[in-house]
Design a protein around this ligand. Structure first.
Ligand SMILES: *Cc1c(COP(=O)(O)O)cnc(C)c1O
Length: 453
């Protein structure tokens, strides 16, 4: 019998996260202070020490605290599926596997770090966390994490999403978080923006500024970020470690190609980092690792590798990363999680070293792939995940042409049950492709910070 799914026993779950910084052939460039441009840590009033230590640690293994393992076990380990029905639908000799992170209570990989971050804040005596959210994926994941550890959470949600996409807000409130539309009356920056434009639709940049101000002005409050940073990628390696074990020990195979979508990079890095180590070691030189992004926000495929601010306001540390410019505001595609102007420095560094590659796909083609996946495997995937599904299908179709039976591993980051309006737009022929706004990127790149390094 050809198995359809592979799963670990709870007692075989990873008990330590894998830290790629121990094995990088060249160390990561530092983070720079936004004003002095000297190497810096994450701003201490915003982040607790334990997370700051993890951010710069070069220890290969970092123990998952027992309390975090206990919460992980409420949904982990997650299942590795063999996509027999998709393979049949494509009539491909490729063997397609996917690791599905949509079975977490939040519906994606994001609770992997949300739970860990809530734990470390609780340990440090923090009472309250402030964060921002666009469409609500990160806000809801952190609401869940804070609920488990008895922390208060204030979420600044971009106003236009707050009004148009109420369901994730309701999820946050059910878990006990407070969610306000941003710009709000609750911060100085929010009041200033509303003073100038009472009908401001908000933006992720404004919401970040409000959450940072909130954390900086309350002694008991810290700030939290759901992607990009090293410690966020670290917490997500629990997924890649599970997958590697399942592939080697149960499915008795090893991927030729690993595919995932990248917004800030956390879900895909969490999957591929334990595998990229084999490439660095030279034991799997032919392994291909493909990052997929939208053509409307082509950070890796069109953005230069440069020093840029992590945030729109130019107040966050400066990172060396591929960037479209911190002032770049991507078009309103449905994959809200893939619209960040920069990218995790770890991903940019590995790409520079030639260890991973990147490609971009247009929105319509991603929904077509998502519908093919739903009509074969049954799972309705997040619009972000559909980007990875597109490239998985394309690689499987190449195998059909060449007759090769490659093993393809898809990092499936989450379900799309809160994105049905986007599917509705696609199915009723109302969805469009957005061109890469070259002029806007040029404008945004003109304001990169001057760094002499
Ligand atoms: C947030 C999100 C992403 C993008 O974020 P990364 O940090 O790049 O992983 C991808 N898929 C889903 C389902 C998400 O919720």
């Amino acid at each position: 019998m050809d198995r359809a799914k592979f799963i670990l026993d709870e007692e075989d779950m990873p008990t330590a996260w894998y830290n790629i910084q121990a094995d990088l052939p060249e160390p990561l460039p530092p983070l720079l202070h936004p004003a002095t441009k000297e190497p810096t840590i994450l701003p201490p009033p915003l982040f607790v020490e334990a997370l700051n230590e993890q951010e710069f640690s070069t220890e290969r293994w970092i123990d998952v605290p027992e309390e975090v393992q206990e919460i992980y076990r409420t949904w982990r380990p997650t299942i590795l599926h063999r996509a027999h029905r998709l393979e049949k639908a494509l009539d491909t000799p490729a063997k397609i596997f996917y690791k599905y992170e949509g079975t977490s209570q939040g519906g994606s990989h994001k609770p992997n770090t949300a739970v860990a971050q809530a734990y470390y804040n609780k340990q440090a005596g923090v009472k309250r966390i402030a964060t921002e959210t666009g469409a609500g994926q990160w806000g809801s994941a952190l609401s869940m994490g804070c609920m488990f550890f008895g922390l208060e959470l204030k979420v600044y949600m971009v106003r236009i999403s707050y009004n148009q996409k109420p369901y994730r807000r309701i999820l946050m409130e059910t878990w006990g978080a407070t969610c306000v539309a941003s710009p709000s009356e609750d911060t100085n920056i929010g009041r200033t923006i509303l003073g100038q434009d009472p009908d401001s639709p908000g933006s992720l940049g404004m919401a970040i500024s409000e959450a940072v101000e909130d954390a900086a002005t309350h002694d008991d409050t810290r700030y939290s970020l759901g992607s990009v940073l090293n410690h966020v990628l670290l917490h997500n390696t629990v997924n890649g470690l599970e997958t590697k074990k399942l592939m080697e020990e149960q499915a008795d195979t090893y991927p030729d190609i690993i595919v995932g979508c990248v917004g800030g990079g956390s879900n895909f890095a969490g999957m591929f980092l334990p595998f990229v180590k084999d490439k660095i070691d030279g034991t799997r030189p032919d392994l291909r690792i493909i990052c997929v992004e939208p053509t409307s926000c082509p950070t890796l495929t069109k953005g230069p590798l440069a020093w840029d601010f992590g945030d729109v306001a130019g107040m966050a540390p400066i990172a060396f990363m591929n960037t479209l410019g911190h002032g770049f505001i991507p078009p309103p595609v449905h994959a809200g999680g893939l619209r960040y102007h920069g990218m995790a420095p770890i991903i940019c560094h590995l790409r520079k070293l030639g260890l991973i590659e990147a490609t971009a796909v247009p929105q319509m083609a991603t929904f077509e792939a998502g519908v093919t996946f739903a009509r074969s495997e049954g799972i309705l995937s997040a619009p972000e995940t559909n980007h990875a599904i597109r490239v998985t299908i394309d690689e499987a179709l190449k195998c059909k042409q060449t007759g090769e039976s490659k093993t393809i591993l898809l990092a499936h980051s989450g379900h799309g049950h809160f994105d049905l309006a986007a599917y509705d737009a696609y199915l009723s022929g109302k969805l469009e492709d957005y061109d890469y706004p070259e002029e806007k990127v040029k404008e945004a790149l003109a304001s990169l910070p001057q760094v002499d390094r």
